[in-house]
Design a protein around this ligand. Structure first.
Ligand SMILES: Nc1nc2c(ncn2[C@@H]2O[C@H](COP(=O)(O)OP(=O)(O)OP(=O)(O)O)[C@@H](O)[C@H]2O)c(=O)[nH]1
Ligand SMILES: [Mg+2]
Length: 389
């Protein structure tokens, strides 16, 4: 992202990283921005830092509103298996979709900008519940809610992008994608991931754990890059395929990936047109599932739960006490989770006292297979954990 940042600016970045409160961060960011020279090569960085400043100011405002207990708070506590935020332009039908799918009393109106605050509802899929959140509209020219809705999106587990079949869904999709990207919210899973954990306890030096591949750099390049930001003590974890730019992005934190589903709403107006646009958008964006639907007719959403479940990459595990019944409510875990994660979510002592687990279901070689903590569980598994004492 950055090219040729002067040493002074790099050093100032450390202050931003070290800042604890939003207020401190704002001050440090302002100092940092002052040290960044204005030229083409730093344009993106300056834009990003300016936006980050706006976000932080918004964060302070939001906290103030919540504390005072009046005004409109945008924060919504997560409930259920995942929090899914709808995002779209005015009048696209977000509120009607949430009302239709969850029964929540959202405000639906013929005029645009009728929703002024987020409202949650619950969508059931088999034996789990997703929290859908209706939001005020975002706007290309930067509407009154953009930054707060983007804040919600950043905090969500997945997004539903609502497009309007009475407009140009392709153009709208591209605009929404751009708005998200500008807020560093990505709709595609990155090929790799970099995590930089700075050690708070004294001099550890720079440790790099390579669990993937550095495409265009050596470990020494990574070390030099960090040192140019005056980071001398940190643990860098590299997963998948990563470039030196990705490492630099990680220093500037902040890029997030959100799985998404696209809904072309108001298909009832012209079903063939909606399908045609679904096809065109699919060609441009083959990895993002697209639904052609009508909130008015209540049709087209039949597979939404299943699609969300798949895109979220979550699994359900049913715990059971020795000689006890199987839990009715599943534990929701990420795909790739192990018995360790199951044990830890039951009780923090369970890992320490763990003796063995017994597994029934898709991941078990035979019913009641005995396993250790590193056994990878699968959707639909029944897990019985035996502990000592
Ligand atoms: N024909 C048709 N109209 C719809 C559909 N979904 C919503 N509408 C209409 O579109 C208008 C806007 O619907 P809302 O659900 O309020 O849209 P919104 O996206 O929440 O709008 P804002 O809150 O302003 O962003 C209303 O008049 C709805 O009746 C649909 O599937 N088909
Ligand atoms: Mg609305």
């Amino acid at each position: 992202m950055v090219t040729n940042l002067p040493a002074e600016a790099r050093a100032k970045w450390l202050k931003v990283m070290d800042a604890k409160t939003p207020e401190e961060k704002i001050k440090a960011l302002e100092e940092f921005l002052k040290a960044v020279p204005k030229h083409k090569g730093t344009e993106n960085l300056r834009l990003w830092a300016t936006r980050r400043l706006a976000e932080l100011r918004e964060e302070i405002e939001e906290r103030r509103r919540r504390r005072r207990g009046r005004g409109v708070s945008f924060f919504i506590e997560k409930e259920g298996a995942a929090q899914i935020v709808l995002i779209g332009f005015p009048n696209s039908g977000k509120s009607m979709i949430v009302r239709r799918l969850t029964g929540a009393k959202t405000r639906v109106a013929e005029y645009p900008m009728s929703t002024t605050r987020p409202l949650p509802g619950t969508l059931r899929y088999e034996d789990i519940y997703f929290q859908l959140i209706d939001t005020p509209p975002i706007m290309v020219e930067g509407g009154p809610w953009n930054s707060r809705v983007l804040g919600l999106a950043r905090n969500a587990d997945a997004l539903i992008i609502v497009l309007d079949n009475s407009r140009d869904p392709l153009e709208d999709y591209r605009s929404i994608k751009r708005i998200l990207e500008d807020a560093r919210i990505l709709l595609h899973k990155p090929r790799g991931r970099v995590i930089i954990e700075r050690s708070r306890l004294g001099k550890t030096g720079i440790r790099i754990t390579l669990m993937g591949r550095l495409i265009d750099a050596t470990l020494d390049d990574v070390r030099r890059l960090l040192e140019s930001f005056r980071i001398y003590d940190a643990h860098v974890k590299i997963y998948g395929e990563v470039t030196l730019d990705d490492v630099e992005d990680a220093i500037f934190e902040n890029k997030v990936y959100k799985p998404a589903v696209i809904v072309i709403n108001k298909a009832d107006l012209d079903v063939a047109r909606a399908k045609r646009y679904a096809y065109i958008i699919h060609r441009e964006e083959p990895d993002i599932p697209i639904i052609v639907a009508s909130a008015l007719w209540g049709r087209g959403f039949e597979r939404l739960g299943e699609i969300l479940f798949r895109e979220l990459e979550i699994i359900r595990v049913y715990t059971k006490q020795p000689n006890g019944p199987i839990a009715e409510k599943p534990l929701i875990l990420r795909r790739g989770s192990t018995v360790y994660d199951v044990a830890r979510s039951i009780h923090k002592d369970f890992v320490r006292k763990f003796k063995y687990a017994k597994i029934w279901g898709p991941s078990a070689k035979y019913p009641g297979e005995k396993t250790g903590l590193d056994h990878v569980v699968m959707d639909g598994d029944i897990v019985e954990i035996h502990i000592s004492g």
